[in-house]
Design a protein around this ligand. Structure first.
Ligand SMILES: [Zn+2]
Length: 442
């Protein structure tokens, strides 16, 4: 009995999705979106794409992606990322996954897509960098990957506020300051020369205020493109998502942003948020906002005859009594599932932790059960980041050098090509700066 109860402590993704099917909630919500922008430097870019198609064993389904790219020191990185990130992420998704596996594979494929986009852009040796906030919406599941400080918030139908992005601003993220210092970077304010320090905390060399970004070839490699990823499943009530650049968040609190456009359709809501932000602070920065409403389909009338004397609560208690024997956690969750549920959250900058396949981590951190075998979630002999084919003598297990490595065998994947392995080491501060292209000759 004890063992059985323990197995059910977390709700596996498979259960959530099956429950959705059982409750006939697989019907897709409607996605409504609008955007607004007031431009100062012309370095904010957006990607709004619904009806992306995915062919799977269980049919064709569609999903939507929304991206916000707030560039700095030029717009090249923001434009490059807007044009390539989606494809790089799709390329990192393993083939032949059913819907459940596809949703489960999203966080890792997003990490791979971000790192590949950064690596490819840096090889073009162009300066500039960009924040990225990238949301993938499939049914009621929202997955957001982010680097930088373009925040994404969600207000659920129940009125609760959720943060779906991290804030990778050195000023307000102590963990990131420690990571950068440990990797050999220096964190401090701008020194005016007379000893006075001004402005926000920055990373030196380079002077960037952000601890993660795509691009930025000319700053230290501890400014990494590894995104924070959060995945949640909405209740059937849906919700409203707001993605904005720091031009909005420097002027408005989350509550004000939500309240100032309450009840407005998406396009007007986005315009209202930008207008409010500019009113407060003036147009000092590019100020961009995307508003996305996830609207549940109209619920059909209940097929059962409705005796008027029985209220909803009575039905609920009758339903609950149907299986009086089993009061296990999982049954309870089957009956009362209609709340926002967190499926996944991970923000580590270490690639080895983001591609973890330690059996224990697999369950607890990724909320996956072990029925997703490694060979299905990663392509063998393909680099887990850039998707190039790895020669038999070349693959390096991503766990080499990590603290988890003791538990794993050298042939435990996923594997990286030598070039991505180099990038990984550089991001972890294990390679001296300026040594960037040391082994490009082979
Ligand atoms: Zn690679």
């Amino acid at each position: 009995m004890m063992a059985a109860a323990r197995e059910h402590h977390t709700v596996p993704l498979s259960v959530l999705l099956k429950r959705e099917l059982a409750n006939e909630r697989v019907e897709k919500p409607e996605i409504l979106y609008g955007q607004a922008c007031q431009s100062k430097k012309g370095e904010d870019f957006t990607l709004l794409k619904t009806e992306c198609q995915r062919i799977v064993g269980d049919g064709i389904t569609t999903y939507s992606v929304f991206g916000l790219f707030d560039g700095h020191n030029g717009s090249a990185a923001a434009i490059y990322t807007k044009e390539n990130l989606l494809n790089n992420f799709i390329a990192a998704m393993p083939p032949d996954l059913n819907r459940e596996e596809w949703v489960a594979a999203l966080p890792r494929a997003l990490v791979a897509g971000f790192v590949k986009t950064d690596k490819d852009f840096q090889q073009r040796a162009r300066t500039s960098g960009t924040t990225v906030t990238f949301a993938v919406i499939e049914g009621l599941v929202i997955t957001v990957a982010s680097v930088g400080d373009s925040r994404c918030i969600l207000e659920s139908a129940e009125g609760d506020l959720y943060y779906l992005s991290a804030d990778h601003r050195l000023e307000c993220n102590e963990e990131e300051r420690e990571r950068i210092t440990a990797s050999g970077g220096e964190v401090g304010r701008l020194n005016t020369g007379g000893g006075a320090e001004i402005g926000p905390l920055r990373c030196w060399p380079g002077g960037l205020c952000l601890s993660r970004s795509i691009g930025d070839v000319d700053v230290g490699e501890y400014i990494v493109p590894v995104p924070y990823v959060k995945q949640i499943k909405l209740s059937t009530g849906g919700g409203r998502l707001i993605i904005s650049s720091d031009g909005v968040w420097d002027a408005l609190s989350d509550e004000v942003a939500l309240d100032c456009c309450r009840g407005m359709p998406v396009e007007a809501a986005a315009a209202q948020i930008v207008k409010e932000a500019v009113q407060v602070k003036g147009l000092r920065d590019d100020t961009t906002c995307i508003v996305i409403d996830i609207v549940p389909p109209e619920k059909p009338a209940a097929p059962l005859p409705q005796p008027k004397k029985l209220g909803r609560g009575v039905f609920k208690s009758m339903f609950r009594k149907r299986s009086p024997e089993s009061s296990s956690q999982i049954d309870k969750e089957y009956l009362e599932p209609d709340v926002v549920e967190e499926l996944f959250e991970e923000g580590s900058a270490m690639l080895s932790e983001r591609f973890c396949f330690d059996a224990m981590h697999f369950c607890v951190r990724c909320r996956l059960d072990t029925k997703y075998p490694l060979c299905k979630m990663f392509k063998l002999f393909i680099c887990a980041v850039c998707q190039v084919e790895i020669k038999p003598d070349e693959g390096i297990s991503i766990h080499v050098g990590s603290s988890d490595f003791g538990k794993l065998r050298p042939w435990d994947g996923p594997f990286l090509c030598s070039s991505c392995q180099e990038k990984k080491e550089a991001m972890e501060g294990k390679r001296p700066p300026g040594d960037r292209h040391s082994s490009d000759s082979d």
